[in-house]
Design a protein around this ligand. Sequence first.
Ligand SMILES: [Zn+2]
Ligand SMILES: [Zn+2]
Length: 334
Amino acid sequence: MQALVYTDTQTLIYRKEKDPQLKNGESIIKISASGICGSDMHAYHGKDDRRIPPLILGHEISGIINKGKETGKKVVLNPLITCGSCDYCKNGREHLCGKRIILGMNKPIERQGGFAEYVSIPDKNIYELPLNLSMKEAPIAEPCAVALHAVELGEKELSKAMHNNKVLVIGAGAIGLLCGLILSKVKNCKNIVIVDPNDKRLKESLKYLDADGHKPDSKNIINEHFDVVFDTVGLETTRQQAIRCIKPGGIIIHIGLTQPNGNFDFRKVTLQEIMFIGTYCYTNKDFEKTLSILNNKEIGSLEWIEYRELKEGSAAFKEIHEGSCTAPKIILLI
Ligand SMILES: [Zn+2]
Ligand SMILES: [Zn+2]
């Protein structure tokens, strides 16, 4: 098969690779569309110890079952593969399974990803493509499930309903925009501010999201003003902004994985009883709920997604890296 292979830092090569072999309890998917995620970019920069080259990246995938039980069925994949038998898996928190692995990762276990013609996946990770969702848009289900999980994890801890809160979203990439869209359109929250240093990207997001958009250093971002802050970036500077802007008793929801360490005002967290919630991926239930949200068109138009050919994937990665790409999401078509 043809695949876009991550071979070295900032290097992707479109070349021939071995076809995946059919295993027990799995199916082979002929991939139609595969989205570029922030975590793929992290690997591309050589900064992900779970994704070591050579590797086929990509985990936001739709396609058609090519070999397996239900050949010919149109599907969207939940790329988070878990053991199914540990306490977490049995209690609806599969995403915390100690044996979890995502497609397009090779540490600790290898699972080739979706920037290719074919991929192998356990049957239990396969979902039927919802009727009202197109094959090429469907990879958005994965990042949308990440955003839904983050929003609902925060919502559980709030002392008042989500729509009554002032919310700051840091980062106008796909996860920031999707969090904003879920907050605004699904949770009816009308008091949203979104910040991003990239003007073009911010403007693009604001075409679809009912929010106030600013640069992170804008005077309009008031300290101790927000009940909930979503940090979809995860840099030391964005965490510091989160802690400056959060109100006493507020909740910081931390999604970004960019920078693992850094200073943080733990004193303020303590004195003002700030709740800090780390959030990762989604449960199977979140994934199913996301498919229903997308099928019902609850987050509105998905025209903010840009599409490219898989063989032009390397150029797409480069554009995202250089910040010249304004689209919050690029999906590669195979
Ligand atoms: Zn992703
Ligand atoms: Zn498990």
